[in-house]
Structures are given as C-alpha cells and as structure tokens.
Design a protein around this ligand. Structure first.
Ligand code: 9D3
Length: 249
C-alpha cells in the first residue's frame, strides 16, 4: 500500500480524481491512500488567511509560510517516516516517466499544490525535498500537476493497471510512442483496418506494431530516439518504415 497526501486549498478538486477510473479503483482496492490536507485549516487568524501581499510589491498574492508549513507537518503524519515532500511549481525539475518510476519505488510522499502567484520562499527552504514542474506552460494552480504526478505513479504500482503487459508496451515505458489501434468496424468511410491486424498472424502483428511505434516516434518525437540505442531488429524495422515513408512522401 502506498501512502500519499495532497496539501491543497481545493481538496474537492482532488477528490473527484481520486474517486474515478484507475485512481479510484486503486484507492478502493487498498493499493493507494491519499489524505487531503487544507492549509486553510491551519491559518492562524479568525479570517483563515493563507495568502498576503508580496514584500517589495508586485502583482498578485503569495502563500504564507505558516499555514502551508503546518499543513505539511500534518500531511507528513499520514505518510510513512522519511517520505519526501514534493512541491509542484513552475520552477521545478520537469516531471517524466523516470521520476514517476522513482516515486513509485517509495512507500509514500506528500504532494503540495499552491495557488496564487507563488509561495513564501522560506516554505520551500524548510519543508520541501523536491520541486517538480509538469511542463513549460502556466496553469492556474498546483492541483492538476499533483494529480498528473499521482496518476502516473499509481499506474506503476503492482496490481493497479490490470494487465501488466498494458504497462510494459505502453508509450514512454520503453521510450517509444504507441502504435495505431483499430477496432470494429473493419471498414469505415475513414478507411480500412490494415490487413495484417485481421490476419491472425501474431508474429506479423507484433512486427507491424513495433515498426509503427518506431516509425511514429522517428516522425513525431525524434528526440526520444536520440538518447537510446536500437537493437538490430528495431534498426531494420525503422529502416523499412523510413523507405516506405520516402516512397509515400
Ligand atoms: C510562471 C507564472 N508566474 C509568474 C507570472 C505566476 C504563476 C502562475 C501560476 C505561478 C504559479 C502558477 C500556478 N502553477 C503551478 O502551481 C504549477 C505549474 C505550472 O503552472 N506549470 C507547469 N507545472 C506546474 S506545477 C505547479
């Protein structure tokens, strides 16, 4: 069982994702636990203030160190000793499959989602072990980012995604994009299903899929091929795809 916690001013946003689909089942099956902690509950004044104006001036508000820090202290009491505190922030290291693997190997962690224009840097200095971003664009708060991380990690936990093969052949696990998929009907005005998929020749299907995965990765995400060494079979499949693409192009 992995024990996590999310610190957020909008626990109801988190709840929706934790009750549906793969994450919901992981929680119901007892493979994942996620406590929700609201910094508002740790505000120090009667008005429950969690943000204030930035020293030095400027637009927007900054989350105060004390409510956030107390919320993290509470969150840490719900996860195993030594579990890291992960702060979702545009200044963080870019989240990817490798980091998801690292987090999935732990017995728990705390995710901190911020709102407003940022948090008091002293909170980061004293409570945060790791800072993660989900990409180079601006979103309105850390909740979506925390849920992206939690979803990607939960899928890697044993038993969470039913068929273990659907994990190993999945995009980015072996560093390639997915091959194209088809279901009924065989023929549609938008096109016919490739004959090989209807042939019943499992070896031919596997080779076609691998060739498509390699070819699409080469066309759409060549960066993914640059930092990996292809085996002899993969090189032949990709060369064949490239020849066909040159002919068709
Ligand atoms: C970068 C923009 N900031 C300076 C003008 C203000 C700001 C806007 C929105 C600061 C934080 C946020 C809220 N974003 C996150 O909390 C966040 C985030 C993101 O915006 N992009 C990618 N990954 C992440 S992780 C958390």
């Amino acid at each position: 069982m992995m024990r996590t916690a999310i610190v957020s001013l909008f626990p109801e946003l988190v709840d929706a994702f934790l009750s549906a689909g793969v994450l919901g089942r992981a929680v119901r099956d007892g493979r994942l636990e996620c406590a929700r902690i609201n910094p508002r509950d740790y505000a120090q004044d009667a008005r429950q203030t969690v943000d204030d104006r930035p020293f030095g001036g400027g637009a927007g508000m900054v989350m105060m160190v004390e409510p956030l820090g107390e919320a993290v202290r509470q969150a840490r009491s719900t996860v195993p000793d030594g579990a890291p505190v992960v702060f979702l922030s545009p200044q963080g290291e870019r989240f990817d499959h490798r980091i998801a693997d690292e987090l999935a190997a732990l017995d728990g962690f705390v995710l901190v989602a911020a709102r407003y224009e940022g948090v008091d840097e002293r909170f980061v200095a004293t409570h945060v072990d790791r800072e993660l971003s989900i990409g180079d664009y601006v979103i309105s708060g850390g909740e979506l980012a925390a849920l992206v991380v939690l979803d990607a990690v939960a899928r890697l936990l044993p038993g969470v995604v039913g068929n273990p093969n659907s994990i190993t052949s999945e995009s980015h696990v072996d560093g390639l994009l997915d091959y194209p998929q088809y279901t009924r009907p065989e023929t549609h005005t938008a096109g016919r299903t490739p004959e090989v998929l209807l042939s019943g020749d499992h070896g031919a299907v596997a080779r076609w899929r691998r060739r498509q995965a390699l070819g699409r990765t080469w066309l759409r995400r060549p960066d993914l091929l640059l930092d990996r060494e292809l085996g002899e079979d993969d090189r032949a499949l990709l060369a064949s795809y490239m020849r066909d693409t040159a002919k068709a192009g």
